[in-house]
Ligand binder design. Sequence first.
Ligand SMILES: Nc1ncnc2c1ncn2[C@@H]1O[C@H](COP(=O)(O)OP(=O)(O)O)[C@@H](O)[C@H]1O
Ligand SMILES: [Mg+2]
Length: 349
Amino acid sequence: MTAPPTNLDQNAKAPTAPAAAIAVENIVKRYGTFEAVKGVSFSVADGEIFGLLGPNGAGKSTLIRMMTTLVPITSGRAIVAGYDVAKDPDAVRRMIGVIPQALTSDPDLTVEENLSIYAKLYSVPKAERLKNIAEVLEAVDLAKWRGAQTKTLSGGMRRRLEIARGLVHNPSMFFLDEPTTGLDPVSRIAVWEMLDNLRRTRNLTMLITTHYMEEADKLCDRIAIVDHGKLVALGTPIELKHSVPGANVVEVHFDRETPQWKARLESLDGVTSVQAESAGFYRVLTSSGSKTTMQLVELAAQLGETLTSLSVQNTSLDDVFVHYTGRQLRDEQVKPPVFTLPPRPGAQP
Ligand SMILES: Nc1ncnc2c1ncn2[C@@H]1O[C@H](COP(=O)(O)OP(=O)(O)O)[C@@H](O)[C@H]1O
Ligand SMILES: [Mg+2]
């Protein structure tokens, strides 16, 4: 084995043209006796945005940490930009930008200082450093904030700074762990647009993890659904949706709970499955939304029962997740804590 390079040469080329930007083969991670990643394989094409979608604890961060040389791989192989992660970690590090899940920019430094430190760590020459910093600040729309202290930025701006920092050494591959977790919906959409734009203008390959189905759907070319350390499905958002029996979802609300409706809905033409969501609310997967809707309305009229709402949609990644795991992804999201206030002084017990 040759010694790993010590200086981070910006112009290093992969020894052979990579067949895929990322190739992961039967990769396993064990912590003691616990297997966090249980033999996962996939590959990512050049220029693709690839998503790892799964609930908390699925193994997404562990997968990213293995691919980015941050934790050792227990068994299996990961090739990133043509280099074997286990054998040539320095070469991999030169080629990649990594945005971890937690915010890691220094709040007491200015925006520019945070970028400059990273550029120096990656040995970007001084002249190039200034040019790169100006370019990445422009790309994430923070040019005006160059001299601002990082702690004065909003959550969305801080996330954009971290994205800029990951780009300051001109990587060809970008790894982002939950890039929009904790952001408000408006900032989230701004980050999606920015990432899509960066991919096109900088010719980047991106691997992101997320537990937001909408994020995976809107942003990713292909998605791997991960659950309990295993890959349970892989495809484009459209392929995944088409792989679920039933092309439409009919959501129906009755004005009161009638348990017999589950069986009644299951007996309608085209229906492949029925989920009781809450009192009087059902999600029906069907091969024909229009047929099922007509039969449903007729049946309710015959029985004298009242519908309070009815909608027909195409299947979503939510339905895909339920189909492959038997659970709903949104159930897994962290519930807001419930606070119990202490009794007010003098209040009745
Ligand atoms: N350093 C560690 N030591 C032991 N267990 C870990 C460690 N890091 C992660 N895990 C466990 O591995 C599983 C996958 O974690 P993680 O990759 O962080 O999931 P995700 O990013 O999908 O939420 C979880 O059960 C987690 O508790
Ligand atoms: Mg994680």
